[in-house]
Design a protein around this ligand. Sequence first.
Ligand code: S3P
Length: 466
Amino acid sequence: MDIGDPNKLQGDGGFSGAVHGDARTAQVAAFQGRVDERMVEPAQRVSGSLSMPGDKSIGHRALIFNALAEGRAEVLGAPDSQDLNSTLRCLRALGVEIAGELSGGRVVINGVGVQGLRSAAEGLDAGNSGTTARLLMGVLAGQQFDTRLSGDWSLSQRPMLRVSKPLEGMGARFSYLQQPGCLPVVIHGGRLKYGELDMQVPSAQVKSAVLLAGIVSGWGCTVIDRAMTRNHTELMLKEMGAPIQASNAVVCIGEDSKLSPLNMTVPGDISSAMFFAGAAALLPGSELTVSAVGVNPGRTGMLEALRRMGAVVELSNEQTQGGEPLADITVRSGGLKGISLGRDETTAMIDELPLLAVLATQAEGRTEVRGAEELRVKESDRIATIAAGIRAMGGRIEELPDGFVIEGPQKLQGGVVDSHGDHRIAMALAIGALAAAGPTTITGAGAVSVSFPGFWEKLSSVVQHG
Ligand code: S3P
């Protein structure tokens, strides 16, 4: 099956093209109702111990995969975030009984089997969540009914051909309703065939969509993932008894998959933890421990980057839970210095690069990030939005098509910055604001609840001002 390069078909264009600057900010705010503000004061240091909400990537998979299992599973600690609630709502709309709410820290999922979902008459809304949309595209392409899938303003700009093209190679059919390759889309359910994908875009969401299609079709598939993106899907499917083999860059799903329910506790989210680790690395005299965090090697790139920049990073209480490695992470400040990162290093820290940019403004020397063009098609164009935030605080950053260059250390003054409706931009700027000379107001600050409800409260619990 030749599926070509799905990214090229759509260019980089999905997100960054359509609307810019103030118009885009206003649209994001109007669409998402995130017009709230937070003021962050400069801080002297951070210290203490804290836990994180459950991992977003693992949480989505725990809900979706258990919905496709045969029997009941209890999932503890999935985050009560907007994104996970989008997945929960979609699964319920597809006829899956789920007792409890994410706000209660425990849900019990009555799995319906790989072909047991029911048609969602009203359609599905994935909200802001790319993982919800893309993984469900793989699942729903192989069900025997059609589904209309939509998302919020940001998700509706993000590229979906990277998922639908490989699935079409397996016999799936999609009708994009507005812009080609963007939500909303009708997924025409039907019988799929065996699939093969040699991934051109380093995306665990694309890989997972194809693996799930291979599971629900009963025919299996092979995916080659040279970038070695996060492997939460492979680990969890294995724990659930799926016929999966993963070695080096090749993942194979065999025929006739059935999934056993998996009771599990979702580990703390390393991407959330890194904002606190970053604050500890940034502010002299800081020491902070974040407990029970997932340390899957596909996600720990930022820990290595912090070490290379000069912070002291220690792991303790290392254990394995449900196939996923876990540890407590302690970070102590050290004089930060600039580093260079290329494509090989950025995949395992793709969500942390906006934070790295902010830290680089305070590091001695040059920081250069290349090979990270995926940043341009996240919840916002994260190269453009983090650059806008750093500049609005008085800093300097050179944008590159696939990354950025920052010469440090620089004085950040503070000021008014905007999240652009992007949770990770809001949190990265909040950490930068701790090192600024004056206060920083972050507009659209409520976006943090997309992945990290309670972020502002946790931040104020570890910050010391004098
Ligand atoms: C995710 C994969 C990454 C990441 C996103 C979550 C996942 O996206 O940025 O926050 O859960 O598989 P891509 O697959 O688009 O790289």
